[in-house]
Ligand binder design. Sequence first.
Ligand code: PMP
Length: 409
Amino acid sequence: TPSVSVESIRADFPILNETINGHHLVYFDNAATSQKPMQVMEAMNRYYFHSNSNVHRGAHTLSVRATDCYEGARDTVARLLNAASSREIVFTGGTTDSINLVAYSFSNGLLKAGDEILVSTLEHHSNIIPWQLAAQRCGATVKAIPMDAQGNLLINSYRELLSSNTRLVAVTHVSNTLGTINPVRDIIAIAHEKGIPVLIDAAQSVPHFQIDVQDLDADFVAFSGHKMLGPTGIGVLYAKESWLNQMPPFRGGGGMIQTGSVTIGNTLYNKAPYKFEAGTPNVAGAVGLAAAIDYMNEVGYDFIQQQEEQLLHYALEQLQQLPEVQLAARPEHMASVFSFNVKNAHYSDVATLLDSQGVAVRSGMHCTEPLLSHLQVNGTARVSFAFYNTLEEVDVFIKALQKAIRMLS
Ligand code: PMP
C-alpha cells in the first residue's frame, strides 16, 4: 500500500482550505461532525448520477443496482465491525436513532415495572433520554454508574449497581466531552456474568479505533456516519442476530413485512435486519458511509491512532504551559478530545475569540449535562481532533488561545 501522509490526506478534504474570518481554517470540532473527503462526495454523486432507484422492490436494472449498492454498504459495515453476519447490521438515521430503536423495542415487551436500565454519568443525552422514555412507558427506572473527578467510571460501583432487576447496560465507549475511553470489554464481561445485555454507544470510538464486536461480545453497538467521514442522516445499529429476532419492530411500514402476510388487522414481519428498516432507506447515505469506511481502511486505523495520539499529547503538553487554562478532567485512558476552561472567562467567549482567528472549537455542555453537573462546571470549550489535523494547527490554536486569554483578562 502507498504510504500515507497528512499532506496527501488533507488534499482529499477541500473544506480544509476554507478561509474563516480572514484566517486559514483550523477545524477542531471533529467530535461534533467530521469533514468529508472528496471520495465520499463523489461516491454519493456517482450513485445519484448512475444508480438511483428504490431498493428491494423492482425487477428493473436500476433497482437491482441500487439494491446492490445498499446491501454492499451493509457488507462493508459488517466487515468493519467483524460482525458474524450482515444480517446484524441495521441502517438507521444515526446514533440517536439506533439507541431509540433499541430503547423503544425493549419497552415494548422486554421491560416491566421494577426493571432497571443502567447507563453512566458520562453519557451523551442520546444515551440517557431514550432510556428515560422507555422506563416511563414501563414503570422501569434508569440508574447511572458514577465516575471520579477525572472522568473515570467507578467499576466497583458498577458491579454493585448490577442487580437481579437490571435488564440492560448502556454505556459510551468514548466520552464526547472528556475523551474518557471506557473499559467496555470488562463492562460487557461483568454484565454477561449476570446474563445482562450491553449496548455500546460507539459514536466517538468507531471514528478513531478498530471495534471488533465479536471480540468485545457486545450485544448492541450504535454509531453515526457523519462523525466518521460519512454523510449526515445515516447511522448503524449492530445487534446480535438473536436479539434482533426477539425484539419487536420500532417503526412500521413498507419493506419490514413478510410478503403476502399483511391484512388490515395483522402483519407478519420480515426477518432482520429488514424488520427494523421500514420505509425507503437512505441509500445514498449508506453508499457515502461505505465510501467513508473504504477511505478509513485505506488510511488505516494504525495511522489514525498514531496521528491522533501525537496531536493529543502535544496539545495537552502545550496547554500545561498556560496557567490560565484548566482542563475539565484528565481521564486515565483518553481519546483525542478534551474539554477546558480559561480562568475567570466564559467558555463561549473563548470559543468566539478562537473562531475570530479561524479556529473552530465547540463550547457549551456538549449534550452531557449530568457529566458537567458532576464536575461542577456550567460548560467548557472542547477541542476534538481527527487524523487530518496537524501539529502546526495545534500551534495556531495555542497562539490564538493565548491571544484570547490576553483579551479576556
Ligand atoms: N453519543 C455520543 C457519544 C455522541 O458524541 C453523539 C454526537 N455528539 C451522539 C451519541 C449522538 O449522535 P447523533 O447526533 O449523530 O445521533
